[in-house]
Ligand binder design. Structure first.
Ligand SMILES: Nc1nc2c(ncn2[C@@H]2O[C@H](COP(=O)(O)OP(=O)(O)OP(=O)(O)O)[C@@H](O)[C@H]2O)c(=O)[nH]1
Ligand SMILES: [Mg+2]
Length: 457
């Protein structure tokens, strides 16, 4: 925390502008060593931007034309003195300026170190700091909205409120331990049981929201599977709206899995076309089929394509049998041809699956497929509040542990156990929720959190 740190804060590539950021006590001195303004003394008004050159003081060589700003502690991103040098967005310029800054007394920042300082200096709690990286990495509008809400403290205040409720319970328990009153003890036990139940409902809602949070962050993995020639690649192309995959009338055309991203209803879908699954002696095809199965097993949703112009055969049945309780959508394709497949049989085999009839010849049913994908994951839930959406597995794990601890406490209460023992579980839950905010947490966990950050943030 004593060191002055520096890094390139913009993405390393070509761009209009690149920013080198410095934070710490020596920021301003370092700027003064390397920044030269024409026709003026280097007087800096806090938070004003100045035009000038970055010059190597050793040989007076000009490195780049820049705008520099000096922001005085404590009202800065890190709560320390911060300097930002806006140079041309060239990798060379940014690297040369950074080198000069490092030679002038700063050390290279670790990934996430600026934000870590903001956390350690108390400007952000840990969940807010984590929201910074979620914000930067957000791939969807919805993921971004959740992250910005969390950064502004929406999620933190939800967690803080739950902790407050636990703290009230702990206070009641402490009073009763210190001044036992047998008259009210039974009432108190009932009251605490009720309160813990309410708290656990709130925690469970948060845990349940994590599935949506994950989808907002990472997208949904959808694998298109089926026997050869049913129209899997045609469906893939239609959903993507381009001829990405080769389609021919020869069964076994697709030999490998092909992955593409597509946005449906604001959610990123990682769509995979796979090789048709059948018994094969061909070495290449066999490998492809193995991959199809693997993709299907790892997908959040499988789209099983069947050919309506052929009777259901052993190959279809073999695949259907492997579906079990997976999330699956059944697409009965080629309905423009004469109908041979009996939908009834399919329904009997997987009664809970949604069935959509399509033709990739005239695109009928395509919209229904897209709508079904969206609804299967977000049916109604999409309106959940951003502040109540958990988007981070660390938070989810802590919420699960806190809930279990409260469950244990509730069991003890029901058994009329001594309040001293109940208190341990509730206190534990209180602490676990505190870890989300970074209030009660070990250094190595903090380090792990920030190690996932990008350089310069
Ligand atoms: N009539 C009709 N033909 C279709 C339809 N969908 C696909 N086809 C045709 O069926 C054949 C196979 O289509 P593909 O999309 O390559 O089938 P696939 O399931 O990817 O096949 P493999 O890659 O071999 O597993 C092609 O000749 C397509 O033009 C449809 O809805 N109606
Ligand atoms: Mg194919």
């Amino acid at each position: 925390m004593e060191d002055t740190i520096a890094a390139i804060s913009t993405a390393l590539g070509e761009g209009g502008i690149g920013i080198v950021r410095i934070s710490g006590q020596e920021s301003f001195d370092i700027l003064n060593k390397i920044f030269v303004r024409e026709n003026s003394k280097n007087e800096f008004i806090d938070r004003h931007m100045y035009y000038g050159n970055i010059v190597n003081p050793e040989n007076m060589e000009t490195i780049d034309e820049v705008l520099s700003v000096y922001m005085k502690a404590p009202n800065t991103y890190t709560c320390e003195d911060v300097v930002e040098i806006n140079c041309h967005g060239s990798i060379i310029s940014q690297k040369r300026i950074l080198d000069l800054v490092l030679n002038s007394g700063a050390r290279l920042a670790e990934p996430g170190e600026f934000t870590k300082r903001a956390f350690l200096n108390g400007r952000l709690d840990l969940s807010q700091a984590e929201a910074v990286i979620d914000l930067i990495k957000a791939k969807t509008d919805k993921g971004f909205n959740v992250a910005i809400n969390h950064l502004q403290g929406g999620f933190s205040s939800v967690v803080a409120e739950i902790r407050e409720e636990l703290l009230n319970v702990l206070a009641q328990i402490t009073v009763n331990i210190d001044y036992p009153d047998e008259d009210i003890e039974q009432v108190l036990y009932k009251e605490i049981e009720k309160k813990l139940k309410e708290v656990n409902i709130e925690i469970k809602e948060l845990i349940d929201s994590a599935e949506i949070g994950r989808i907002f962050n990472e997208g949904i993995r959808v694998a298109i599977v089926g026997k050869p020639n049913v129209g899997k690649s045609s469906l893939m192309n239609s959903i993507l709206g381009e001829n990405r995959v080769i389609v021919t009338s020869v069964p076994g055309t697709t030999r490998d899995t092909i992955e593409e991203s597509v946005n449906i209803g604001g959610i990123p879908i990682i769509l995979t076309d796979t090789a048709g699954i059948r018994k094969s002696e061909n070495e290449i095809e066999k490998h492809g089929i193995e991959r199809s199965k693997e993709k299907f097993n790892n997908a959040d949703l499988g789209i099983l394509v069947l050919d309506s112009s052929r009777m259901l055969d052993e190959e279809d049945v073999n695949i259907i049998e492997k579906i079990n309780d997976r999330k699956v959508l059944i697409v009965i394709n080629k309905i423009d041809l004469e109908l041979k497949l009996e939908e009834k049989h399919v329904k009997n085999m997987i009664p809970e699956a949604k069935i959509i009839r399509t033709s990739m010849k005239d695109m009928s049913g395509l919209k229904d497929v897209k709508k079904a994908i969206e609804e299967m994951f977000l049916g109604g839930k999409i309106k959940q509040q951003e502040s109540h959406t958990v988007n981070n597995s660390r938070h989810k794990d802590l919420l699960i542990k806190a809930k279990l601890s409260i469950d244990d406490g509730t069991e003890l209460i029901k058994k009329n156990e001594a309040l001293e023992i109940v208190e341990i579980d509730i206190n534990n839950a209180y602490k676990l929720l505190g870890e989300i905010l970074g209030e009660t947490i070990e250094d190595d966990i903090i380090d792990r959190v920030f190690s996932t950050f990008c350089l310069g943030k």
